[in-house]
Design a binder for this molecule. Structure first.
Ligand code: IGP
Length: 264
């Protein structure tokens, strides 16, 4: 699955380059202000709510709301930041970021399969405050280069790992914001246990986000008490009966855990 998405993404980048040159984009850029990591640092518990209309594994996930409508619901119910899928395999587009930024003030993560520096500039031009870098599809040299370019553009990177080997590689690059993906990108199955397995190997100065397969406030509470600073949730939110209530449940799950800890 992953190889197929990456191959399609490479083709899409080649087409985009023809439509719009890198020089054109670079001439049009305003640097960001690292608003994504700042928002995470400011709170004890972070919900990154994902605008995800579809996935290659499950097809359509949400047909009732548009991406900007989802963003507005998440923002009104306590999300710390937003993640917006821009890849065609997830029925996303780079324009979705600009649409979301036009109506909410929350920082936005560009959820893309970044394999080419061109995509970093395009994300910033669309208004992204952060980008996802997936360790499984990048060499160490690419990781370092993309971290540097994003930094120069004022964008944060959420660097995603799924295995211990990837976690060790990523920590060596100095990445400060790491996502443990509970989803195996070869099979697309999820298991939250993956976060608990890798947490002991995370260096204490890193901000750790648990990604994928998180459905309930209790999951949020368990993850918070294990030491992650936040969660990234798509499907659990967009497939909920009441998306607003589910957003509040996932925000409160972590906050209530924080209070329980303080009372002890
Ligand atoms: O919808 P979920 O299970 O809550 O997952 C959200 C997010 O973590 C997921 O979309 C994701 C994170 N990294 C990825 C890489 C590829 C595909 C998907 C992802």
């Amino acid at each position: 699955m992953l190889n197929k998405i990456v191959a399609q993404t490479r083709q899409a980048v080649a087409v985009s380059r023809q439509v719009r040159s890198l020089e054109d984009i670079r001439g049009n850029l305003v640097p960001g202000s690292f608003a994504f990591s700042a928002a995470i640092r400011q709170c004890d518990w972070t919900l990154i709510a994902e605008c995800k209309l579809a996935s290659p594994a499950k097809g359509t996930l949400c047909s009732v709301y548009s991406v900007p409508e989802l963003a507005a619901i998440f923002a009104a119910n306590g999300a710390t930041a937003l993640s917006v899928h821009t890849n065609a395999c997830f029925r996303g587009s780079m324009n979705d970021i600009a649409k979301v930024k036009a109506i909410v003030t929350l920082p936005v993560l560009c959820k893309e399969f970044i394999i080419d520096a061109y995509q970093l500039y395009a994300a910033r031009e669309a208004g992204a405050d952060a980008v996802l870098l997936i360790a499984a599809i990048l060499s160490d040299a690419e990781l370092k280069q993309f971290l540097q370019i994003a930094h120069d553009l004022g964008m944060d990177c959420l660097v995603e790992v799924h295995t211990l080997e990837e976690l060790i590689r990523v920590q060596r690059t100095g990445a400060g914001l790491i996502g443990i993906n509970n989803r195996d990108l070869q099979t697309f199955t999820t298991n939250i246990q993956q976060t608990f397995n890798l947490l002991p190997y995370c260096e204490p100065d890193r901000l750790i986000v648990s990604e994928s397969g998180i459905k309930a406030g209790q999951d949020a509470a368990r993850l918070k008490s294990a030491g992650v600073c936040g969660i990234l949730v798509g499907e659990g939110l967009v497939t909920a009966h009441d998306i607003a209530a589910k957003t509040r449940e996932l925000v409160l799950g972590g906050i209530q855990q924080e209070r329980r800890c303080q009372n002890v």
